[in-house]
Design a protein around this ligand. Structure first.
Ligand SMILES: Nc1ncnc2c1ncn2[C@@H]1O[C@H](COP(=O)(O)OP(=O)(O)OP(=O)(O)O)[C@@H](O)[C@H]1O
Ligand SMILES: [Mg+2]
Length: 268
């Protein structure tokens, strides 16, 4: 018997996204991500990384093909279904998407807004149990001592850690990360990726993360998926990919023709 635990975290089946006559975001993408796998999307600007991530949490819908996330057919979800899906799918971004004028703790509390009715105006409007949960998550990302600091006075790396805590407070099964370290210096980048790795192992999180730096990707990912013009041109376990092979995603290392990339290896 198939149980929910056996279903993959993410399954794209022949997904195409056409924005208009001439612009393809995704082109016939088939990709299955098992639960608890850490996957990095690599690819040039415009290759479809963000588009792919947005399809996982229902922000965008495919033109054709199907997407299943945690056993749900995302294309068929209505507003309530999408809201429910997003409680299980955290999302972090390059620019953090935090409210700068409020404290770190309150930003983390906003991660629970999906389970609360009505707007909250100030930290003390959140139930005490929520504030306690937020503090636990801030502690996990090493920022318990900054809980009451105004968010826009934190460093970039600290702000990204607040954003991670905000995503974690929902106890997601899947974490999407769209270039989470693109705004950070090398040291903070390494810290943030180490933190995501540690949390993904502890919480059995499935991670789908776009990155621009091949070296960081090879150190962080269990699996690398390369996109070019919306197509998957590389798919293999990170420890089986050399730096030069990863670079072929960008058209480097010889021929720039998509067909010259290593034959995609489909990983079960
Ligand atoms: N809402 C949209 N409307 C029209 N075209 C879009 C839209 N979103 C994305 N595209 C196009 O789809 C293609 C893929 O874009 P996407 O943002 O996914 O690339 P990316 O790999 O994330 O790039 P970057 O590394 O610069 O973030 C691009 O050609 C882009 O212009
Ligand atoms: Mg992008």
């Amino acid at each position: 018997m198939t149980t929910l635990g056996d279903t993959p975290a993410i399954a794209f089946a022949r997904v195409t996204k056409r924005f208009n006559e001439s612009v393809l975001g995704l082109d016939d993408v088939t990709l299955t991500v098992p639960r608890s796998q850490r996957v990095v999307l690599l690819g040039l600007s415009g290759s479809g990384k963000s588009t792919m991530l947005r399809h996982v949490n229902g922000l965008q819908r495919p033109t054709s093909g199907t997407i299943e996330v945690l056993g749900r057919d995302v294309g068929g979800l209505t507003g309530r279904g999408v809201r429910d899906l997003r409680r299980h799918v955290g999302f972090i971004f390059q620019n953090f998407h935090l409210v700068g004028s409020i404290t770190a703790l309150e930003n983390v509390c906003t991660g629970l807004l999906g389970s609360l009715r009505g707007p909250r105006l100030g930290l003390w409007m959140y139930p005490r149990s929520y504030r306690r949960q937020a503090l636990v998550q801030l502690d996990r990302v090493g920022l318990a001592d900054r809980a009451f600091q105004r968010t826009d006075t934190l460093s970039g790396g600290q702000q990204q850690r607040v954003a991670i805590a905000r995503a974690l407070i929902q106890r997601p099964s899947v974490l999407l990360a769209d270039e989470p370290v693109a705004s950070l210096d090398p040291e903070s980048s390494a810290q943030v990726l180490e933190l995501i790795t540690k949390i993904s192992v502890e919480d059995h999180l499935t991670v789908l993360c776009s990155l621009h730096q091949v070296d960081l990707a090879l150190g962080f990912a269990e699996r690398i998926v390369g996109l070019r013009h919306g197509r998957v041109v590389l798919d293999d376990l990170a420890d089986r990919i050399s730096r030069a092979q990863a670079m072929t995603v960008y058209g480097a290392g010889g021929d720039t023709d998509a067909t010259a990339a290593p034959a995609p290896t489909l990983v079960p």
